[in-house]
Ligand binder design. Sequence first.
Ligand code: ZN
Length: 193
Amino acid sequence: MTKPSEFYFPCPRSITYCTQCANPLARIIPPDDNRVRDVCLQCGAVHYQNPRNVVGIVPVWENKILLCRRAIEPRFNTWTLPAGFMELKESTSEGALREAEEEAGIAGLELGELFTVIDVPEANQVHIYYLAKVTDPALNPGPESLEAVYFEFDNIPWDNLSFRTVSTTLEHYLADRTEGEFKIHQYTLSENV
Ligand SMILES: [Zn+2]
């Protein structure tokens, strides 16, 4: 199986210059800290880096799940649930709806309950998916998608999904649907699991 570190955007980025004063940065452990940070020895700024959130939805129309075929790297030409990086000043649910609009342009959508919260420490990311009910199935995919397609539950393209966060979220969705109860699933994807 492909490792998560090969699946996701590299993150955090290494920073070369201070964003405050443009001085080259040093990688040192600051006083009273216990981790190596990018530190400006000229102005004293410490450039902390923290995990990023990826937010998305599991859009369901009747007995079908909507997937988007990626028009961008990484994982160009593979199928994904609508999802993307959370923006500043928005909530997780706002970000999930925005990404759905950008990638699939679903005409009618009701956001449901929180469904999966997936730690991906290898990629320094947390992926968060909400359930979502499609109320008007018309689509208008944006430039990040080659196409958006509703798949029957037994016809999901398992061999060509984009990310393990997507495949495991879909597995939980189908299992919960069979059991007749949707629960929140929190788990960690590691390199060897
Ligand atoms: Zn500086």
